[in-house]
Ligand binder design. Structure first.
Ligand code: BG6
Length: 479
C-alpha cells in the first residue's frame, strides 16, 4: 500500500476558461450566424440576483430579436475574435499550460442545419489553436457553451426536437475532423445539468406555462445524452487519442440542519444532480431517476437504440465548475433545483453567490469516490466589480478566494482524487453569462470596457495576475 500524492502531479495543467459567446464579439463577421447568446440584452440597473434570460417565452424571444432599443453586450464581448493574440500574450506571461475555450457553433454552421461548414469559421479556429500550440498552451475545447444557432430554436424548437441530435453530431464531427490534431481534450456540452439556471442557453426550448416544461427539458437532456454518446463513439473510432469529457456545474447541497427531513431532502436533491454523471459515466438511467420522472409526470420519448448508445459511450473525464454552495431546508424548499436556502455560515458576493472553499474539497472527493475517472476544474472564480485606479486593480479578495479554493482542491488530490487541470473563470474580464454585465469581473487581467462596451479596451494586470503566475510556476505549492 503506497500513498504517493502530496500535491498536484508534475504535468498538472494550470489555466483559465472562457466561452466564445462571452468574449469573441464579431457576432456577424466572417459568416457567423445569430446565436441565442447574441440576443441576450443588458439593461442598466438590473437585479443582480435574478436571471432574466433563463426561462424565455415566445413573446420574450420576439422582443429580444426585434427590439432596436436593446443593447446586446455579447455581440461585442471583449473583441477576443480579433484580439486573441494580445490576450494570449497575457496568458503566456502568466505561464498558462492550458486554456479552456469554446467554439461558436454559429461560426461553423451559421443556422445549424447547413450541409457544408463555413470555411472562414474553421480557418479562424485553426489560427487560434495554432497560436496556442506555438505558445505551449494545451487547449481544452467546449463544443457547445450556451450559444446554439437561433434558427434551431425558432425552426426546430431546440433540443426537445430529436433532429437536434444529428445536427449537433454533424457539427461535432466537423470539429473533430478539423482539429483532432490540435485538440486532445473536448468537453461536449457546458454544464449539462444546469437547466434550472441556464435552460434557454443550453437547450433552446421556449417556456410556455401551458406545457410540461420539466418534461420538455428532460427530453432535451435525453437528446443531449444520445448526441454525446454518438460524438464519443465517432471520436473513439476515428481519433482514439482524443478525450471526450462531460461537464457538470456543481450543485451539491448541504442540509440546512441535521433534522432528518433536511438530510433526506438534500440527499434526494443531490441524487438528481448526480443523475447526469450517473448516466454519462456509469452508463444507465438509474431507478431513482425513473421514479423521479414518474412522480413528476415526465414521459420521455426514446428509441430502442438510445440505451446502448448511452451505455457504450461513457465520458473519458469529468469537468466540474464550482463557484458557490447552498443548503436545503425541508420546511421551506422542495424538489426544484433552483429552490435553495442560504447557508448562514457563509458570506456572499453581490450576486448572492456564497463562498465555500471546503465545499470544493467535499464535492471533488465525492465525485471521485462515485466515478473514479480523471477530473478537472473547468471553472472556479470570484466575480466582483473591480475598480481600476491609476492603472492598478488591488484584488486581494480574488486572491483570497482562489487561494482557499486551490488549497481545498489540493486536499482532494492528496486524499486520492485524480485531477489533471485547474481552469479559473475567466483569466481576463469578459461579459457575464447570467446578467450580461461587463462589470462582473473575474479576470487576472482587467479589460477596460464598461457594461455598454465603451472604453479604451486596454489590458491591465491586476494584483492576482502576479499571484497566479507564482501559483503556476510553483505547481500550486506557493499559494
Ligand atoms: C458558468 C458558465 O455557469 O458560470 C459561464 O459556464 C459563466 O459561462 C460562469 O460565465 C459565471 O457566471 P456569470 O453569470 O458570473 O458570468
Amino acid at each position: 500500500m503506497v500513498k504517493s500524492k502530496n500535491g498536484f502531479k508534475d504535468n498538472f495543467l494550470w489555466g483559465g476558461a472562457t466561452a466564445a459567446n462571452q468574449c469573441e464579439g464579431a457576432w456577424n463577421k466572417d459568416g457567423k450566424g445569430i446565436s441565442t447568446a447574441d440576443i441576450q440584452p443588458y439593461t442598466k440597473g438590473i437585479n443582480r440576483k435574478s436571471l432574466n434570460f433563463n426561462h424565455v417565452t415566445k413573446q420574450a424571444l420576439d422582443n429580444f430579436m426585434n427590439n432596436n432599443e436593446l443593447f446586446y453586450p455579447k455581440r461585442n464581448g471583449v473583441h477576443f475574435y480579433d484580439r486573441y493574440e494580445e490576450y494570449f500574450d497575457k496568458l503566456e506571461d502568466m505561464g498558462f499550460s492550458c486554456f479552456r475555450m469554446s467554439i461558436a457553433w454559429t461560426r461553423i454552421f451559421p443556422n445549424g442545419d447547413e450541409k457544408e461548414p463555413n470555411k472562414k469559421g474553421l480557418q479562424h479556429y485553426r489560427n487560434v489553436l495554432t497560436s496556442l500550440k506555438k505558445r505551449g498552451i494545451t487547449p481544452i475545447v467546449t463544443m457547445s457553451h450556451y450559444e446554439m444557432p437561433i434558427n434551431l430554436v425558432t425552426k426546430y424548437g431546440g433540443w426537445e426536437n430529436r433532429k437536434l441530435i444529428n445536427l449537433f453530431l454533424n457539427y461535432c464531427t466537423v470539429l473533430l475532423d478539423n482539429f483532432h490534431d490540435l485538440v486532445k481534450y473536448w468537453i461536449v456540452i457546458n454544464q449539462i445539468n444546469l437547466i434550472q439556471y441556464e435552460s434557454f442557453g443550453s437547450l433552446g426550448i421556449l417556456y410556455d406555462k401551458n406545457n410540461n416544461y420539466l418534461e420538455q427539458q428532460f427530453q432535451g437532456i435525453h437528446h443531449q445524452f444520445v448526441a454525446f454518446g454518438l460524438v464519443k463513439s465517432y471520436a473513439q473510432e476515428h481519433y482514439p487519442d482524443n478525450k471526450i469529457g462531460t461537464m457538470l456545474a456543481d450543485c451539491i447541497l448541504q442540509p440546512y440542519s441535521c433534522r432528518p427531513e433536511d438530510v433526506e431532502l438534500a440527499f434526494k436533491r443531490n441524487r438528481m444532480q448526480y443523475f447526469f454523471g450517473d448516466v454519462q459515466i456509469l452508463g444507465n438511467y438509474p431507478d431513482y431517476a425513473l421514479q423521479y420522472f414518474k412522480d413528476n409526470n415526465i414521459q420521455l420519448k426514446t428509441l430502442p437504440e438510445d440505451e446502448k448508445i448511452i451505455h457504450d459511450n461513457l465520458a473519458d473525464f469529468l469537468c466540474i465548475s464550482y463557484y458557490y454552495s447552498y443548503c436545503v431546508d425541508a420546511s421551506k424548499n422542495g424538489i426544484d433545483p433552483a429552490d435553495t436556502t442560504k447557508n448562514p455560515y457563509l458570506k456572499e458576493n453581490e450576486w448572492g453567490w456564497a463562498i465555500n472553499p471546503s465545499g470544493l474539497y467535499v464535492t471533488m472527493s465525492n465525485y471521485w469516490d462515485r466515478y473514479h475517472i480523471p477530473m478537472m476544474i473547468g471553472e472556479n472564480g470570484f466575480g466582483f466589480e473591480d475598480k481600476l485606479i491609476d492603472g492598478k486593480v488591488h484584488d486581494q479578495y480574488r486572491i483570497d478566494y482562489l487561494k482557499k479554493h486551490i488549497k481545498a482542491l489540493k486536499q482532494a488530490v492528496i486524499d486520492g482524487a485524480d485531477i489533471f487541470a485547474y481552469c479559473s473563470w475567466a483569466p481576463f474580464d469578459i461579459v457575464s453569462a447570467g446578467t450580461a454585465e461587463m462589470s462582473k469581473r473575474y479576470g487576472y487581467v482587467y479589460v477596460d470596457y464598461d457594461d455598454f462596451g465603451n472604453g479604451s479596451g486596454k489590458l491591465y494586470n491586476k494584483d492576482s495576475f502576479y499571484w497566479y503566475k507564482k501559483v503556476i510556476s510553483s505547481n500550486g505549492e506557493e499559494l
